[in-house]
Write a protein that binds this ligand. Structure first.
Ligand code: DP6
Length: 417
């Protein structure tokens, strides 16, 4: 009996122009367009195996090895329905010999290689991996050599139904999610602004910030902002369109200064609209604000010496910082961060992937750059920044070999070592 199964992985993306607000909460249509950088799957990724079989009595999903309920009428169900429709209309109805995979139940196993405790959003890479694996299973990405049955932008519409930011993980490099205007959502999709190899020296440093409290979820937080914030309306109408235009030009010209200025301003405005929400939402904490002060000081010193900025910070719906910088500056930035946020001797889950520190835990800078005001932040206790993840710009979803499959020959999740 033929086995119909596919495994893919998909990347995490971190927005420079934030998505915050929906105009349609079921179809997940945003109030504004957004733009992100795709991070490398060599370090952070979600992997999904999907299998269709006429003997499966129901569709089942396992996340990190644990079976999850599939809510009727929920986000996952909407994604599956859309993918089945594409398979039926674009392949099965045209090719009478094509197996009717769209009529069979699925077993889906998904795994994130980063710890949930790191507080990194997994819904973007997760729904992108799920969409791309079922698309590969259904041969939507390959169907004919002339034209795939569904383009990455079309698949981004499906991933969007799972989680808004997931649509941007269907591409590598720099990606825009066009808000669109159609009530059906047919024009609310992701497009590539520039591929990964356009600006390969773009690196990212994630500072995993210790966070005791359970924050407000993006989904509920952004709806509260839509309902109560006047500042959000100004952001949607007057701010985001100009910033998008500016950052796309900066990316095309590899103009780091403009890229950094817009990225930091947009992160700050996103957190300002969170504060403008009733009741207010706080995602950053004192550690986050110290990281802002350190990067601002570093940029001030660099600007006065060289006329250029060196780094851009951005924060999502939690206290973790993502710092974008060019490869040549990463070592110095890590040393400065480690000076203010001493690390325990335990290595983080992704120790020194670029061998900047001989594979060892980085030491804090002995000296700060000349003219750097060291009092911009205090030296924090060990563990305030739990770990650093150094990565770079990456590619879009990858189709993986059979050996990487998360489902065994019995169609059930393999036990992961
Ligand atoms: C702050 O995509 O997680 O990361 O569409 O409700 O699933 P849902 O929300 P989600 O929101 C992400 C918000 C953000 C900004 C961004 O990624 O653009």
């Amino acid at each position: 009996m033929a086995v119909y199964q596919a495994t893919t992985s998909a990347p995490v993306n971190i927005a420079c122009i934030k998505y915050w607000g929906k105009r349609d909460t079921t179809l997940i249509l945003p109030t504004n367009s957004s733009l992100s950088v795709t991070l490398s799957q060599d370090h952070l990724r979600s992997t999904t195996t999907s299998r269709a079989d006429p003997s499966f009595t129901e569709t089942k999903l396992w996340l990190n090895g644990k079976e999850e309920d599939i809510k009727s009428g929920g986000r996952l169900e909407r994604c599956l329905k859309e993918l089945k429709k594409m398979r039926k209309e674009r392949i099965e109805d045209k090719e009478p010999n094509a197996p009717k995979l769209s009529e069979w139940n699925l077993h889906i196993a998904s795994y994130n290689n980063f710890p949930t405790a790191a507080g990194l959003a997994s819904s973007a890479s997760g729904f992108a991996a799920l969409t791309s694996s079922i698309a590969a299973l259904y041969e939507l990405n390959t169907f004919s050599s002339v034209k795939p049955a569904a383009s990455p932008s079309e698949l981004s519409i499906v991933a969007r139904l799972g989680s808004g930011s997931a649509c941007r993980s269907l591409f590598g490099g720099f990606v825009a999610w066009q808000a669109g205007s159609s009530p059906s959502g047919s024009d609310s999709l992701a497009v590539e602004v520039a591929p990964q190899n356009h600006w390969p020296t773009m690196h990212a440093l994630i500072c995993v910030v210790n966070d005791a409290k359970k924050g407000t979820s993006s989904t509920s937080g952004m709806q509260r902002t839509v309902e109560t914030s006047a500042l959000l309306q100004h952001r949607i109408k007057d701010v985001v369109p100009k910033r998008l235009e500016g950052i796309i030009k900066a990316i095309q010209e590899k103009d780091f200064d403009t890229f950094a200025k817009i990225t930091m301003a947009d992160s700050n405005q996103f957190h300002a609209v969170a504060l403008d929400t009733a009741p207010p939402i706080f995602y950053m904490n004192d550690v986050s604000r110290s990281i802002i002060s350190i990067i601002e000081e570093l940029n001030r010193v660099s600007l006065s010496k060289t006329g250029h900025l060196v780094a851009a910070y951005t924060f999502d719906a939690g206290p973790n910082a993502v710092i974008y910088t060019e490869e040549k500056n990463v070592k110095q930035i890590i040393e400065i961060i480690v000076k203010y946020f001493p690390q325990s001797s335990e290595l983080t889950p992704f120790p020194d992937p670029f061998k900047l520190f001989g594979g060892k835990q980085p030491e804090g800078a002995e000296e700060l750059p000349e003219g750097f005001n060291q009092d911009v932040a205090k030296v924090w206790e060990v563990g305030s920044v739990k770990g650093l993840i150094h990565t770079r710009i990456g590619d879009g979803p990858r189709v993986l070999a059979e050996a990487e499959a998360l489902l065994g020959s019995d169609g059930l999740p393999k036990t992961l070592a």
